[in-house]
Write a protein that binds this ligand. Structure first.
Ligand SMILES: CC(C)(COP(=O)(O)OP(=O)(O)OC[C@H]1O[C@@H](n2cnc3c(N)ncnc32)[C@H](O)[C@@H]1OP(=O)(O)O)[C@@H](O)C(=O)NCCC(=O)NCCS
Length: 171
């Protein structure tokens, strides 16, 4: 594959994962008998990494995760159902949106457990950021997420810049 082919725009569906399931076992629970949040976050990061790697066509690393809020608990015997897709790609980075739902054993109504936005950076063989293909949003939802992702990126980068300035000033 030449450089032009490697950087040709890609559709959301080319890398998205829908309906990834995870059956909760007793060793996934915290002292409150609900699912340990850190386990869900690890699953979410793994799933989002696969989506980012597919879009980038190679290795990516997580550079930031936007605020994560657990909106409802997942419980013993639940099935976690996860979805992840690239919302937007810039030069070397991409935002991946993840939604986690839970359903009781045997199926039935789903509860929304959390949504999060993760930013990944593609790396070359020397561990330096490398360009990723642009994203081609097609559906109305994909176009809305694409637009909203730019707002979140501005906030993320402004926050990261502010932290850098504060640390430089205090060192
Ligand atoms: C990812 C990493 C290589 C980027 O290095 P860097 O020197 O910041 O590189 P750059 O300044 O060129 O930025 C690269 C991209 O990351 C983006 N970026 C950097 N910091 C970011 C942040 N806090 N949030 C969101 N995006 C960020 C930049 O906007 C840029 O994206 P763009 O090219 O699409 O505009 C470096 O931060 C790193 O190695 N971090 C650790 C990653 C890791 O190990 N993750 C696993 C968890 S331990």
């Amino acid at each position: 594959m030449n450089d032009a082919q490697a950087l040709a725009p890609r559709a959301v569906a080319d890398s998205a994962v829908r309906e990834q399931v995870y059956l909760v076992f007793p060793n996934d629970l915290n002292a409150n008998d609900t699912v340990f949040g850190g386990m869900i976050m690890a699953q979410m990061d793994r799933l989002a990494a696969v989506v980012a790697d597919r879009h980038a066509g190679g290795v990516t690393v997580t550079v930031s995760v936007d605020a994560v809020h657990f909106m409802a608990p997942a419980k013993r015997g639940d099935v976690l159902v996860m979805h992840a897709a690239v919302n937007r790609a810039w030069n070397t980075s991409m935002e991946v949106g993840v939604k986690v739902e839970a359903e009781a054993v045997g199926g039935g109504a789903r509860r929304h457990i959390l949504s999060a936005y993760l930013t990944f950076v593609a790396l070359d063989a020397n561990g330096r950021p490398r360009p990723v293909p642009p994203l081609r949003p097609e559906t109305e939802d994909e176009k809305r997420r694409y637009t909203e992702a730019e707002l979140r990126r501005r906030a993320r980068l402004a926050h990261a810049e502010e932290l850098k300035r504060l640390r430089a000033a205090s060192s």
